[in-house]
Design a protein. Structure first.
Length: 131
């Protein structure tokens, strides 16, 4: 089982800035801007830490997640036109902390989730007014 580390990169003008599936990846200290989808973990284990994610259509889209294997921490996520954070069909817990919104409140699309420990038994966050 290999580990991929992506650090200090800029992802701009892509359909998907970074998509990782069924593997272990750490994305840190990078910039995601002007992408359709900035970060898309899908059945992935790993970390999205300390990134600047702004001016995309969707900041982070979690499609499906391996039970407790994904951490999202210390990212500045803001001004994404549809969602800053969006969950697909995943119901697995995801560790989240230190998410800021560039002075704005990040817009979430989650069902039964909270920003500290995301999972099916946690509190519901406000939904985006664009839904």
């Amino acid at each position: 089982d290999s580990q991929v580390n992506v650090r200090n990169c800029t992802f701009r003008h892509n359909q998907k800035g970074a998509m990782f599936k069924e593997g272990r990846m750490t994305i840190s200290d990078s910039i995601f801007t002007q992408n359709e989808f900035a970060v898309v973990p899908n059945l992935a284990a790993g970390s999205v830490i300390g990134n600047l994610i702004h001016d995309n259509k969707v900041g982070i889209l979690v499609r499906d997640e391996k039970e407790g294997k994904l951490a999202i921490a210390g990212n500045n996520i803001y001004r994404n036109s549809r969602y800053d954070l969006r969950w697909g069909s995943s119901t697995a817990p995801i560790s989240m902390s230190g998410i800021t919104g560039g002075g704005l409140v990040p817009r979430y699309s989650m069902k039964n989730r909270s920003p500290e420990r995301v999972g099916p038994s946690t509190n519901r966050l406000p939904r985006s007014s664009s839904e």
